[in-house]
Design a protein around this ligand. Structure first.
Ligand SMILES: Nc1nc2c(c(=O)[nH]1)N[C@H]1C(S)=C(S)[C@@H](COP(=O)(O)OP(=O)(O)OC[C@H]3O[C@@H](n4cnc5c(=O)[nH]c(N)nc54)[C@H](O)[C@@H]3O)O[C@H]1N2
Ligand SMILES: Nc1nc2c(c(=O)[nH]1)N[C@H]1C(S)=C(S)[C@@H](COP(=O)(O)OP(=O)(O)OC[C@H]3O[C@@H](n4cnc5c(=O)[nH]c(N)nc54)[C@H](O)[C@@H]3O)O[C@H]1N2
Ligand code: SF4
Ligand SMILES: [Mo]
Length: 695
């Protein structure tokens, strides 16, 4: 049989790279980057290449399941899709009758394919949709909104043309986005400077021209001192500041106290280095990108770290600049109608959200809400009971703090449903498991990419499903049919796509050539002077009216973080290049490359507790313990220990991942109560653990 291919979208992580998938004799032969996207350079990352192993993995859910034993006991009845849909729809309807439509909630991973889930909730009449972002980038999003009125994705990082890139709590070379890695590599080859500010010498630090090891949790102090230098020494971009920054003098007065000498004592970074760094940044302006961060759900002041980063970018004039943060365009900016939204089928529910977003917390963005506050509503029944919950491509038991508490909270539910392509702690604890086809076996709805050249893109399936699994649109249609929502009951993927494309002038045929439908040939560039920020003044507003009205200071005085108690360490975490969050450890190919995580400990700190490299150590917090191997290094700050997140699986069905490594979120007791009130995200790194050698 000859080789065939489709253009598709990788689904091994949230980045969703454009790919080309080759098949032979009904098997995936090879996966590469979509050649029509130059920055992909034909590549995928190690996880992208392991999509093949995901398909062949027989330890994933293969047919719909209904629980027969107690929750979490792992006793299931295999059922037909018809029975699974009818069972789920009936129970959702009973909950609606008893508690009202608002008692139904759904959380997902967010991203470009969520429109149809949100429409399903609107059809039901509940406002309770949340994405996972209070466990990820909410602080960055709210920081961007608070200053510019625009979200974090309204600018792109023009890494390719940058002259100085700063990564602070951002590890581009391991927490991978393939296009960003390629663009930054190109820039470095052309002489771009790279500064890495991290608690740990990660792979990005090994490629940096300057690495600053910072005391965990003191990033805000460093950034205030950099602003102090940029303003005090008049290193900023004067035309940009005059044209686009409101309340500059308030900022100037506020940072007067935050000198490099003061920051040295807080952060451990020498004052002279801070001053030199500020000067170097200024020399490269406006082609500077100080990355605002991604997984920034770390501290109670992480919102202010991202905010000061955006302010520094603005002071250097990088907004709108080549090699800086150019603005992206939407279909409407190039005279094209956007996709027809499934959400437009139903009115926005009038009820208040259970998580308080939009009314109790007016400063936060309503759409994605705050999932940890939704869970708290399930716990207390306030402001009203939430009794039916669908975890859609979401594993809160692995991704949110304190899984024991979350299990107890979910015991209040009348129905817990998981939609997933791999086993997860959440799926294992559910009443119903609806198995999603892995991305290579399913089509997705069409999505929009806002960029300098906005376009539509689509995921095509490379193979028919190997097991009895379904695509998202089929799952939503199956439930909608049984819940009197005929508008969402589609017969075929072509019907779905035609619905979305109505009035856009684009047809399904237009995706054939490259998997994308371009809406313009000419890149849109909103240059200096021609653009306006989405605030009342059209400028960056240092004093945010919305946040101040909610009682939150725009210029918050710095508060020094707690030091670890004697004999304890701050528990920190991050990603590695070969795994995605918690859901690839059991992937046969990726497991082989990295079967478990290890605990990074500073050499000197380890000596004091008599731990040697490779020792098995016991990590304890509030009476809870797990064991893990120690990795001794000079490359981590002595106050912290570090693990790669996503390990410590305890599901018997996952023979490879079972019992390997340590699960960090189990050490975060009551962690759902510890969050950043200004940015909305959980403060995952406000926990200390004890480490001892196992004898
Ligand atoms: N302690 C601690 N907690 C963390 C983190 C941490 O580092 N430490 N990281 C945080 C971050 S940054 C995030 S984004 C969240 C992630 O946590 P989640 O938002 O839960 O996301 P995933 O673990 O990627 O995927 C959730 C589930 O969806 C299923 N799934 C189904 N279809 C798809 C698909 O097409 N794509 C993907 N990717 N999954 C699918 C997967 O099998 C998996 O079981 O966790 C956060 N929580
Ligand atoms: N390979 C791979 N790539 C991924 C993912 C994946 O799971 N695997 N997940 C994707 C997702 S969902 C996300 S959100 C992104 C995350 O992308 P990143 O946010 O870049 O990734 P992390 O590794 O979580 O964290 C970055 C760095 O923060 C450092 N850090 C921890 N505490 C502090 C501190 O107090 N101060 C400073 N300055 N640094 C600190 C860690 O040591 C780490 O090197 O990656 C995406 N890409
Ligand atoms: S970064 Fe890797 S895993 Fe993530 S979408 Fe791209 S190729 Fe796939
Ligand atoms: Mo994330």
């Amino acid at each position: 049989m000859t080789q065939e291919f489709v253009y598709s979208i990788c689904g091994m992580c949230t980045v969703r790279c454009p790919i080309q998938v080759f098949t032979k004799n009904g098997q995936v032969d090879f996966i590469k980057g979509n050649p029509y996207v130059p920055s992909m350079k034909g590549a995928v990352c190690p996880r992208g290449a392991a999509g093949k192993a995901l398909i062949n993995d027989d330890e994933r859910p293969q047919t719909p399941l209904i629980r027969t034993g107690n929750r979490g006991e792992g006793k299931w009845r295999k059922v037909s899709w018809d029975e699974a849909f009818t069972y789920t729809a009936d129970r959702l309807n009973i909950i609606r009758e008893k508690y009202g439509d608002r008692a139904i909630a759904l959380t997902d991973r967010g991203g470009p394919f969520r429109d149809i889930h949100r429409a399903f909730l609107r059809g039901i009449g509940t406002p309770n949709y949340c994405n996972h972002d209070s466990s990820c980038a909410r602080n960055v999003q709210h920081a961007a909104l608070s200053l510019t009125g625009m979200g974090r994705k309204s600018v792109k990082y023009d890494l390719k043309n940058a002259r100085h890139v700063v990564l602070q709590t951002r590890n581009i070379f391991e927490a991978i986005n393939v296009q960003e890695v390629n663009d930054l590599t190109d820039a470095l080859e052309k002489g771009c400077k790279l500064t890495v500010i991290d608690i740990r010498a990660n792979i990005s630090a090994t490629k940096a021209s300057r690495y600053m090891q910072i005391r965990p949790g003191t990033d805000y102090a460093l950034n205030l001192a950099v602003i102090h230098e940029i303003i005090g020494k008049k290193l900023y971009n004067k035309p940009f500041v005059e044209r686009y920054i409101e309340e500059f003098s308030e900022l100037e007065a506020f940072v007067k106290q935050y000198t490099p000498q003061w920051a040295e004592a807080e952060t451990g970074i020498p004052a002279s280095q801070i001053s030199e760094f500020a000067k170097e940044l200024s020399d490269a302006q406006p082609s500077v990108i100080w990355h605002p961060g991604w997984m920034t759900a770390r501290y109670k002041d992480s919102f202010y770290v991202s905010r000061t980063i955006y302010i520094i970018n603005a002071l250097l004039g990088s907004y709108g600049a080549k090699g800086g943060l150019p603005f992206v365009a939407k279909p409407a900016d190039v005279g094209n109608k956007g996709l027809k939204e499934f959400m437009s089928l139903y009115p926005k529910p009038k009820e208040k959200r259970a998580d308080g977003v939009g009314w109790k917390y007016p400063q936060f963005e309503e759409g994605p809400g705050l999932a940890h506050l939704l869970f708290q509503a399930m716990e207390t029944g306030e402001p009203y009971p939430v009794k039916g919950y669908i975890a859609y491509r979401h594993d809160p038991l692995m991704g949110f703090p304190d899984p024991d508490r979350l299990r107890k909270i979910w015991d209040n539910l009348d129905l817990l449903v998981s939609v997933t392509f791999s086993w997860s702690d959440t799926a294992w604890y559910s009443d119903v498991v609806l198995p999603l086809s892995p991305y290579l076996e399913r089509e997705s709805i069409i999505a929009t990419k806002n960029s300098m050249k906005p376009h539509f893109f689509v995921r095509q399936r490379a193979l028919a499903p190997r097991y009895n699994t379904k695509a998202d649109w089929e799952i939503v249609s199956g439930l909608a049919t049984r819940m009197n929502l005929p508008e969402l009951a589609f017969e075929s993927i072509e019907d779905v796509w035609n619905f979305q494309l109505e009035g856009t002038g684009v047809t399904i045929e237009d995706f054939k050539k490259s998997g994308m439908a371009q809406l313009t040939d000419k890149a849109v560039n909103k240059e200096f002077g021609s653009f306006k920020f989405k605030t009342d003044s059209g400028k960056i507003e240092i004093i945010s009216k919305k946040w101040e009205a909610a009682g939150i200071e725009s210029l918050k005085p710095y508060v020094s973080p707690a030091l670890p108690p004697k004999g304890e360490f701050r528990l920190t975490f991050g990603r590695c290049a070969v795994h995605t969050q918690g859901h690839t450890v059991n992937n046969p190919m990726l497991f082989e490359i990295m079967p478990e995580n290890v605990l990074w400990i500073n050499n000197h700190a380890a000596e004091q507790i008599n731990v040697h490299d490779g020792d098995l150590v016991k990590v304890t917090k509030d009476g809870y313990s797990e064991t893990i191997r120690a990795k001794l290094t000079d490359g981590i700050h002595p106050d912290a220990v570090f693990v790669v997140h996503g390990f410590g699986h305890k599901l018997p069905i996952e023979s490879r991942a079972f019992g390997k490594g340590l699960a960090d979120n189990a050490f975060m007791k009551n962690g759902m109560d510890i969050w950043d009130p200004a940015g909305g995200a959980i403060a995952y790194q406000e926990h200390f653990v004890k480490v001892e050698k196992v004898n």
